[in-house]
Design a protein around this ligand. Structure first.
Ligand SMILES: [Zn+2]
Length: 638
């Protein structure tokens, strides 16, 4: 990464948190040693053996295991009896822990004595005459460590691994090195008295340089600090704990993102509505069953992209890809709650539009995604932000804000983004209906409800002259299984049910037409800048290219062409490991079980895998897929 200074600063940020922790731990261990004075406990008997120590260590190991078992089983039973109600759980859990601990303390002394007697007998039986005891304190400590490691490993391997899925443990490398260094220092301290004189000053100086680098980076190099946050999980943790990442990000000037206006271009108002979890084929724009009069009207007078694909099948991967303009596996960040906290080096389209002179506003469903609490950065660039979980209430607030805004003169064009969640929660009220038909109806009702939000949102523009009307874009972040391919919800596969989403654009300059060319919602960021009258961003800014020129008719469509890419990324609720590329009519999906190839137009539900037929397009799709998979390994940052 960023040269020697970057390494020093990263080490410094880590040290800022690690040093107090390690020093505290050392003090604790030394205190424990001093308080208990193990050598004076009379644990060592004739012959250097310590069967009583062995007995107590065995008791501690067994007691810990027993307490773990009691807590695990107890929590499980409590959760069944109380249906996970927080209050009774919070009351009963400590009671359970105390009762379990008391029971273990009750049996611990007899148990320790019994074990000690067993060890003593074992020692007498097997020790050669005149030799030292077999169970010296040193051997005992080593044996205990080995048993604990083996127990931890088996617990992980047999009990936890399958439930938690693969964990990325690379973040533990640095603490492991720090602990080893500490151990080394302790051993050297004891074994090599001369080292004591230089060890203090040397380690003090190293810590000083590291910490000074970190503070210097924080004060003078915000971009480097952001890079360290992005690339170093633990140093990043320290940055979050001690500094305000959002404040550091604000030191990066908007001017850096300023898009270049096309001479003479108009800068129309733009309304972007993303409705969570919308399958295109259920909406009237795609001849579906849901009653959505507003969307239907927009589709009739605007452009319908018949083959638009979401970048992923879960909000936290799709939305960032859409508003950053990079493929989902090239968007960096960390999962917080259900959202993605995007790497602060990424620039969002709202920031670009704002830097280009737009007034920006966001009306968003969810605090966990767009609010301050999670520091996701997804609302960056939105000057005016309102959060309201109820979609209809949110749309009414947007309406009120727009009406208020219309009363005052304003010279800036508007970019307004509204994200509503109702279809995502279609099953919440009704549970998952067992019947396929009921399921689809329940889902469709949430689409109709979302359409009524569009009515509210667009009402303030009812009487504006057509050429002054906003460009309205309606789309979604992913679809929903609804039983297709055995999946009721989303986040599980990349078939059309979860990735084929609506994309409807209407407004001044937008043609009334249907576009058969394949497009990706990763193209959204570039398209928004295009619609807003800005020149294409420099190469490598976006992975996507604008589809706005198709909507305006500046470019003729290639009905059999176009491309899209989607990826599932492993994290808290997504198994990951699946990628898909679409070229024109064909879609190639790479799953852990193998490759699947489908013809979208004749086989929309993806039933007949053409992979063994190996049609001529296969090699092209495969090459494109590999290209995307390779690109995902390269850093998206310059
Ligand atoms: Zn979603």
């Amino acid at each position: 990464m960023d040269g020697p200074f970057g390494m020093l600063a990263a080490g410094g940020f880590f040290a800022l948190v690690a040093l107090p922790v390690l020093l505290g731990l050392s003090a604790l261990l030394r205190g424990l040693w001093a308080a208990w004075a193990p050598s004076s406990l009379g644990l060592i008997e004739e012959g250097g053996g310590a069967p009583r120590l062995a007995g107590w260590l065995g008791t501690i190991v067994l007691g810990t295991a027993a307490l773990g078992w009691i807590m695990f089983q107890g929590t499980w039973l409590l959760s069944r009896w109380t249906a996970f109600k927080p209050m009774p759980m919070a009351f009963a859990e400590p009671m359970l822990a105390i009762a379990g601990a008391l029971a273990i303390i009750l049996v611990s002394r007899p148990l320790a004595r019994g074990l000690a007697a067993v060890w003593r007998a074992f020692d007498r039986r097997w020790r050669a005459p005149g030799r030292r005891s077999l169970i010296t304190p040193g051997k005992l400590v080593l044996a205990t460590l080995a048993i604990l490691l083996a127990a931890a490993w088996s617990l992980w391997h047999f009990a936890l691994k399958n439930r938690l899925g693969p964990l990325d443990l690379s973040a533990l490398d640095v603490p492991a090195i720090a602990l080893l260094a500490l151990l080394f220092a302790h051993v050297t301290w004891r074994a090599w008295p001369q080292a004591r004189r230089i060890a203090g000053p040397v380690s003090g100086a190293v810590a000083g340089v590291l910490v000074a680098s970190a503070v210097l980076a924080w004060r003078t190099q915000p971009s480097l600090t952001l890079t360290i946050w992005g690339d170093r999980p633990l140093a990043g943790l320290a940055i979050d704990a001690l500094f305000d990442l959002d404040a550091i990000r604000e030191n990066v000037s908007l001017a850096e993102f300023q898009p270049v206006p096309v001479p003479g271009a108009l800068h129309p108002d733009i309304i972007l509505v993303t409705i969570d979890t919308v399958r295109a084929d259920h909406t009237p724009a795609y001849f579906g069953t849901a009653d959505m009069p507003v969307l239907k009207e927009l589709a009739a007078r605007g452009t319908v992209f018949e083959w638009a694909f979401s970048p992923s099948n879960v909000t936290r991967r799709s939305i960032p890809s859409m508003i950053i303009g990079l493929a989902p596996d090239r968007v960096k960040g960390r999962v917080v709650g259900w959202a993605l906290r995007v790497d602060p080096r990424h620039v969002l389209v709202a920031e670009r539009l704002r830097a280009g002179g737009y007034e920006t506003a966001g009306f968003m469903c969810c605090g966990g995604f767009y609010g301050d609490e999670m520091h996701t950065g997804l609302a960056r660039g939105l000057e005016h932000l309102e959060i309201e979980p109820n979609g209809l209430a949110l749309a009414r607030r947007a309406r009120a804000w727009l009406e208020e805004r219309a009363k005052h003169p304003h010279d800036k064009p508007l970019f307004l983004w509204m994200h509503v969640l109702e279809p995502h929660n279609w099953a919440v009220a009704s549970g998952d209906p067992v019947n396929e038909e009921a399921r689809r109806k329940t889902y469709d009702r949430t689409l109709s409800l979302s359409d009524s939000m569009l009515t509210e949102l667009l009402a303030p523009f009812a009487n504006v002259q057509p050429e002054r009307a906003p460009i309205v874009i309606v789309s979604s972040d992913h679809g929903e299984g609804l039983g297709d391919h055995g999946q009721v919800f989303h986040s599980t596969d990349l078939y059309n049910s979860q990735t084929h989403v609506p994309l409807v654009i209407a407004g001044p300059g937008i043609k009334a037409q249907r576009i058969a060319e394949t497009v990706s919602l990763t193209d959204l960021a570039a398209s928004l800048l295009d619609l807003a009258g800005f020149a294409p961003a420099p190469a490598h800014t976006f992975d996507g290219a604008s589809f706005a020129d198709l909507a305006t008719g500046k470019r003729a469509q290639n009905a059999d062409g176009g491309s899209a890419y989607a990826a599932m990324i492993h994290d808290r609720s997504n198994p990951g490991g699946v990628t898909a590329v679409i070229l024109g009519h064909h879609k190639l999906i790479d799953t852990p079980k193998g490759l699947e190839l489908y013809e979208n137009r004749s086989d929309f539900t993806e039933r007949s895998n053409l992979i063994s037929a190996h049609p001529p397009i296969y090699d092209q799709l495969r090459a494109k897929l590999v290209e995307h998979q390779q690109a995902a390994k390269r850093s998206p940052f310059p």
